[in-house]
Design a protein around this ligand. Sequence first.
Ligand code: CA
Length: 243
Amino acid sequence: MSRILIVEDEQHLAGGLRFNLEAEGYTVDVAETGEAGLELVLASSPPIDVVVLDVMLPGIDGFTVVSEMRRAGHFIPTLMLTARGHADDVLKGFAAGADDYLTKPFELPILIARIRGLLRRREWLAASSWNTAPAEAPDTFAFGDKSVHFDVLELRVRQQVFPLTLMEANVLRYLIQHEGKPVSRKAMLEDVWGLHEDTDTRAIDNFIVRLRRYIEDDPSRPRHLLTVRGVGYRFLASPDPSR
Ligand code: CA
């Protein structure tokens, strides 16, 4: 049974979410402040599977909660609830380590679909560590002196280990699966995010910036994660040494 933590100070909304998610068969915890939410994430047994996190909270805000979670080594899939018309919040949320977002007010079936999506992607990553379908990228992918370990959500560069969020790992896996070919932002939105029409394509650029920081020796002159002007991106495992 999947366990969901809702961090939301609007009691009416939190109560409604709890009722409906429990009706869907989930175990639900509610925290009314970011501090209480963090405590639950750090102490929960069995662990929490998905966090639904409001941005505007009394005390520390949602951005701080997700970045503190990541800093403490908790890479639980996290969906942020942002206010409509605050595009900056979306980018800030992804930068802090969120995996997905939904704009308030939202339709309940959409939230449930997003939660299912996060749980499914998590299972997909877990399943891939057993090396299931041969068409899928392997659970570990090595290029140059770097390797991506999808099963434990880590990117290893020489002696350094970078923990990845679920969404970072999914973006990287998608690019690796299309190695050498240009991949459009639209295709990434559809295939990695599951076509969220309200998702800003700039969110993808933000992921690429972060991934470049991990995998490029000089992120301002990328050799693995190339920009394809007017299209999107292209991943090269073995860049042309003459370039
Ligand atoms: Ca709030």
